[in-house]
Design a protein around this ligand. Structure first.
Ligand SMILES: [Fe+2]
Ligand SMILES: [Fe+2]
Length: 293
């Protein structure tokens, strides 16, 4: 039922789009169709928008073009595949990558308002980077939470806050680094943050952290059903998330795929000690041969 006061959001994540021939286009077409027919108030993409933004900026341009097909306003935050990361194994996050992203998608962190909700987009890649944006983002967050004055707040960020244990030192690169996490988490819990929505894991998972809903949106592009990632839990399936945010601060979330998506599992690329993993993103993009080529 479409209640007029309820804010309906399609949360997409980890679309890994590229203009090059890509297997990931298949499920993307299903996302476009599903979102157009659901007609949400808003679409939010929690990063890894592009296949390889730092090295192929056209991936970001192409993703923007694709997002224009969704028939709704799309808000975004960047992921490691868009602007790099503090963790080794990716291009180091840098201001010129952030600027490249911002020229296409706008500011990398933001505060907006919809139907009584304060919506905050964060750039997860800044945490631990030492870049000027890291302090500026925290300042923005503090200010936004202090003026929220009882209104419910939703935060969107590429990386999860944690894997289920707020104090645990999770494997590097996957969650907000422990050194930055407790300050961020305390701020969120002191504010009226009802939802912390992230991506990055290519899994759907919901958790409660002291009254704050933690939600991992799945990826329509691919899954990683590898035993070494079992600890992450959740549903390992391609899709997106449907969110309904009530005027009372209630959060309803659901996994969505309409059972139409194909499951592209990249665990083979992770099975050989990393040799194939190098540049896996470029390689995967070319695994589908176009019949019209
Ligand atoms: Fe991703
Ligand atoms: Fe990611």
């Amino acid at each position: 039922m479409n209640r007029p006061m309820t804010l309906r959001i399609a949360q997409i994540s980890d679309t890994h789009l590229t203009r090059k021939p890509s297997m990931f286009q298949y499920n993307w077409e299903i996302v476009v169709e599903a979102i157009r027919s659901w007609a949400p108030d808003l679409v939010v993409c929690t990063g890894d928008i592009a296949m390889d933004g730092p090295n192929t900026p056209d991936d970001l341009v192409y993703a923007r073009e694709q997002f224009n097909r969704l028939g709704a306003e799309v808000w975004t935050v960047p992921g490691n595949h868009d602007i790099g990361d503090v963790h080794v194994g990716h291009d180091r996050v840098a201001d010129h990558f952030i600027n490249q992203y911002a020229e296409i998608f706008g500011p990398d962190f933001w505060v907006r308002e919809r139907k009584g909700w304060i919506m905050i987009g964060l750039n997860a890649q800044l945490a631990g980077s030492g870049l000027a944006g890291e302090g500026a983002q925290l300042e923005m967050l503090r200010e936004a939470l202090s003026v929220a004055r009882g209104r419910p707040v939703a935060v969107f960020n590429h990386k999860a806050l944690h894997l289920g244990e707020p104090e645990a030192d999770d494997p590097p690169g996957w969650t907000i680094p422990l050194a930055q996490r407790s300050a961020l988490r305390n701020l969120l819990l002191e504010g009226n943050v009802r939802l912390y929505a992230s991506g990055h894991f290519h899994r759907y998972r919901e958790m409660d952290d002291s009254g704050m809903r933690l939600l991992w949106a799945p990826s329509p592009a691919f899954i990683t059903n590898h035993p070494k990632f079992e600890r992450r839990g959740g549903l390992v399936k391609s899709g997106f998330a449907r969110l309904e945010l009530g005027p009372d601060g209630s959060v309803t979330a659901a996994f969505a795929d309409d059972n139409a998506m194909v499951q592209f599992d990249i665990q083979n690329a992770l099975n050989d000690g990393g040799a194939r993993r190098k540049h896996w993103n470029q390689r995967l993009a070319f695994q589908v041969t176009r019949v019209d080529a």
